[in-house]
Write a protein that binds this ligand. Sequence first.
Ligand code: CAA
Length: 262
Amino acid sequence: MSDYKSLLLEDQDGVLIVTINRPEALNALNNDVFVNLQILFAEDLPKRTDLKGVVITGAGEKAFVAGADIKEFLSLPSDTGGFDLSKRGHEVFFMIEQFHKLVIAAVNGFALGGGCELAMACHMRIAGAKARFGQPEVNLGLIPGYGGTQRLPKLIGRGRAMEYTLTGDMISADEAYRIGLANHVVEAGEEVNKAVEIIQKIATKAPLAVAKSIDAINASEDESINGYHVEVNAFKQLTLSEDFKEGAAAFIEKRKANFKGK
Ligand code: CAA
C-alpha cells in the first residue's frame, strides 16, 4: 500500500477502516486528503481481492469532515477560480460511489459542506448520536461544489434539499435518519462498529451480485444511461455466473452457499 499522509488505515478482518486524519482542522478536505483518497480508490484498493468493504470516518471526537478546506480557497486561481477544485472533487467522489465493494460513511460528528458530500457519495451512512450534517456553503457565498446539489435532493427530496441548502441549517442525527439521509443512528462511538457489522453481513452474499447491485442502483441516478438496460444486462450476466449455479443449488439442497465471486 502507498504511504498516506492524511489517512489512517486499519484492516479489521478484511474491512478497511479509512480515517481522515486532520483533527486540528476538523478533518477538512485539503489537497493532500484528495490525493490520498484518489490513490487509495483508483490504485491500491482495486488490487485487494480479499477486501470486503470500506468504512470512511473522521479522526477525533468532533468531526467526520467539516467541509472542503476553506483556507485553501484563498489561493484559488484568479481566472478559473474553483472550477478544477470542484471537478476533482466530483471525480474522486464518483470513484467512491462507483466502487464495487460497499463503502459506508461512519459519521461521528460534523459532516458539513464537502463532508456531507463525501458521506453522500458513500453507499450508506451511519450517523452517531453526535453527527451533524449540512450544506452551509451559502454562509460563505458559495454553493456545494462536490456533488451536494445533485445527491442531496436524490436522498431527501427536492423540497427538503432546497431548504437545507438555502438556509445552511444543520441536520441532527435523528432528523437525518427520519428524512433518509442516514441509514441508521447509533450511540456515539458505535458508528464504525455498525458499519463493519453491515459490511460483514454483505460479505456473506454473492460478490458479483453485490457489485452488480451497486452498478444498477447507481444507474438509476444517471440520466445519461438507461438503468433498466443496465439491470437487464447485469441480470443476464449473473444468471450465467458460477455463483448463481451455486446459490440455486444451495437453495435446493438446503445448505449454505459457498460463493467464489465467479
Ligand atoms: N476548512 C478549514 N479549516 C476548518 C474548517 C474547514 N472547512 N472547519 C473547521 N476548521 C478549523 C478551524 O479553522 C479551526 O482551526 P484553528 O483552531 O486553526 O482556528 C479548527 O478547525 C476548529 O474549528 P472551530 O474552532 O471553528 O470549531 P467549532 O467547534 O467552534 O465549530 C464548526 C465547528 C461549526 C464545524 C466550524 O468549524 C465551521 O463552521 N466550519 C466550517 C464549516 C463549513 O463551512 N464547511 C463548508 C466548507 S465549503 C465546502 O465544503 C465547499 C464545497 O462543497 C466544495
